[in-house]
Ligand binder design. Structure first.
Ligand SMILES: NC(=O)c1ccc[n+]([C@@H]2O[C@H](COP(=O)([O-])OP(=O)(O)OC[C@H]3O[C@@H](n4cnc5c(N)ncnc54)[C@H](O)[C@@H]3O)[C@@H](O)[C@H]2O)c1
Length: 303
């Protein structure tokens, strides 16, 4: 099959591109390199076609996607704290840009699997969070993801198949500093033999899901004959940020204690996916255990 990946030079996008190639698909990447990097696509020059364009450039986008069997839409502005300072920019890229993809899907009849986010839930009334929980984002970034979902619902009613994957906190090689960026921040500190700095007490809990598992969920969502819907992509397991810091210190074999800084504005307190719908619709479950991955990259020999 012939697929387009927007945001393919980004963290999740590049793992998805590699996953699709590994399964024998042909792939074109659209990315304006805002936060994405060509290094993420190293070694793929002969395997993919790369287009440095902005998802707001409708006509250029149209020429590329018109022959696609499906589009994986990952491109977005992704830094929660920055979204407070640049709400208009976030709206343009994340909402208008996403609607461009949906419009083209309607015109050309391709299926869309796109990156929604657990941030649409805000602070949930209870965890684990089911897909039908109320959507009350806490910050402008989450608001853009909610607007995308409303658009996805509108275009689905008009006959387009759109699967929105609500990623929880995605971690893995090359992760950016947003979301699961806490792992990268702690890793960077530990590599310098410094203790991790926690925002607030560290009692906030998260559901960390491995990027290659996320790539697999994307492909399954594209392949399965399912109606438009939103699906949680998490592990269903949680860890507090304090326990994460202590686990990383332990795996690194260090004798330090985490430091506590100021709590972050708009930081969700609890996040945990209910994964029953993902199991049922995609026959998917995350395989990687967070501790196992940390051991791979953080064993005392490596830092
Ligand atoms: N990483 C997570 O934990 C997480 C969680 C929930 C949702 N998401 C969503 O997953 C998607 C991928 O996130 P990521 O973590 O890989 O972030 P990322 O910043 O690494 O990737 C985003 C990519 O989009 C590209 N991009 C940005 N604006 C663009 C534009 N106007 N035109 C074309 N390309 C543009 C960037 O250059 C980058 O390559 C995003 O939609 C994000 O909101 C991520």
């Amino acid at each position: 099959m012939h697929f387009i990946v927007t945001g393919g030079a980004g963290f999740i996008g590049n793992h998805l591109v590699r996953h699709l190639l590994g399964r024998g698909h042909s792939v074109e990447v659209i990315d304006n390199l805002h936060s994405g990097r060509m290094e993420n696509l190293e070694g793929l020059d002969n395997d993919i076609k790369f287009h440095k364009i902005d998802i707001l450039e409708y006509d250029k986008l149209k020429n590329i996607v018109k022959n696609a069997d499906g589009v994986f839409h990952e491109a977005a502005l992704t830094v929660v704290q920055e979204s407070y300072d640049k709400p208009k920019e976030y709206h343009m890229v994340n909402v208008v840009g996403t609607e461009n993809i949906f419009k083209l899907a309607k015109e050309f009849g391709f299926k869309v699997v796109y990156a929604s986010s657990s941030s649409v839930y805000g602070n949930p009334e209870k965890i684990p969070i089911r897909e039908n929980a109320p959507r009350k984002p806490l910050n402008p970034y989450g608001e853009t993801k909610l607007q995308d979902e409303l658009l996805a619902e509108k275009y689905s009613r008009e006959g387009v198949t759109i699967i929105g994957l609500r990623y929880f906190n995605v971690y893995g090689k090359g992760q950016t500093l947003s979301y699961a960026g806490v792992i990268t921040k702690f890793l960077d500190r530990l590599k310098e033999h410094n203790p991790p700095i926690i925002n607030g007490e560290g009692s906030q809990v998260r559901d960390f899901v491995y990027v290659k598992d996320v790539a697999e969920a994307n492909l399954l969502a594209m392949e399965k004959k399912i109606d438009s819907c939103f699906i949680n992509v998490g592990t269903g397991k949680i860890i507090s940020i304090l326990d994460l810091a202590n686990m990383m210190i332990d795996v690194a074999g260090m004798q330090v204690k985490p430091i506590h800084g100021k709590p972050l504005e708009g930081d969700v307190k609890e996040s945990q996916a209910d994964i029953n719908f993902a199991r049922k619709t995609l026959n998917w479950e995350a395989k990687m255990e967070l501790r196992d991955w940390l051991v791979q990259i953080l064993s005392p020999k490596k830092i």
